[in-house]
Design a protein around this ligand. Structure first.
Ligand code: SAM
Length: 248
């Protein structure tokens, strides 16, 4: 039985699965992480190309079904991917997944805390557009800032909704994420930077002066106080974070 609350929209077009796996350029040296293998349409292709596949699936019925047929080089973990400590599983080199929409955002932040060379991921189209948005647009968000700080992100193709069953209400996109060797710009304290970004986007229509004052009091010496966060580049938010970090 399909469980919509788990974002179960299974890929039924094998050519899309083939292309997703091809984009990741997997070789026999790769250990690939897959979140939500479902019925395994992507998992089996990954297993043919990779040294090992680590597949984390929350639905125990799907896991039981998969266990009867998966190749030996697939390690199946039946758990909520958000609660898995990525340090406790074999070190993976790539991530390839068709992700459950409901947890796309927390998973993305979790991926950004880990190490890999490339991730090729299927997201709902509007979520994918938020990942690559530019300042000054409605899609520009804390997600965009967090992603561009750590990685280069691009949309590779649109996947029509009729490639999934049950059919979702919207189309999806295949997204490529390549981690920068070093973050795109220097921040003094990552946690402080991410928290400040979150606070600023919680008041995205207010001037930066308002948000800073409500949390830290009057700090007139900072730049960008008359702007709104949606007007600042990720690097400018980093600059603000570094200055503020020294004042507070
Ligand atoms: N990979 C399969 C495919 O392409 O057909 C299934 C993709 S479906 C969009 C998302 C999958 O993620 C489902 O199998 C669902 O049960 C699983 N899932 C949902 N929430 C999860 C979580 N928190 N941790 C691990 N798997 C999850």
């Amino acid at each position: 039985m399909v469980k919509p609350r788990l974002g179960q929209h299974f890929l039924i077009d094998s050519s899309v699965a083939q292309r997703e796996v091809t984009y990741a350029g997997i070789t026999k040296n790769d250990v690939v992480l897959e979140i939500g293998p479902g019925k395994g349409i992507i998992t089996f292709l990954l297993a043919e190309k990779a040294k090992q596949v680590i597949a984390i699936e929350i639905d125990k019925h799907l896991v039981e079904q998969l266990r009867t047929s998966i190749p030996e080089n697939v390690t199946l973990i039946c758990q909520d991917a958000l609660s898995v400590d990525f340090q406790s599983i074999p070190r993976f080199t790539k991530i390839v997944s068709n992700l459950p929409f409901e947890i796309s955002s927390p998973l993305m932040f979790k991926f950004l805390q880990s190490t890999f060379s490339i991730a090729v991921l299927i997201f709902q189209k509007d979520f994918a557009e938020r990942l690559v948005a530019v300042p000054g647009t409605k899609d520009y968000s804390r997600l965009t800032v967090g992603v561009s700080y750590k990685a280069r992100c691009r949309i590779l193709e649109t996947v029509p909704r009729n490639c999934f069953s049950p059919q979702p209400k919207v189309d999806s996109s295949i997204v490529e994420l390549i981690l920068h060797k070093k973050p795109m710009f220097k921040v003094e304290d990552e946690q402080f930077f991410f928290e400040l970004t979150k606070q600023l986007f919680n008041h995205r229509r207010k001037k930066i002066r308002y948000t800073i004052k409500s949390i830290y009091g009057n700090l007139e010496q900072l730049p960008y106080l008359e702007k709104r966060v949606e007007e600042l580049t990720p690097e400018q938010i980093g600059e603000l974070s570094n200055l503020l970090y020294h004042y507070v």
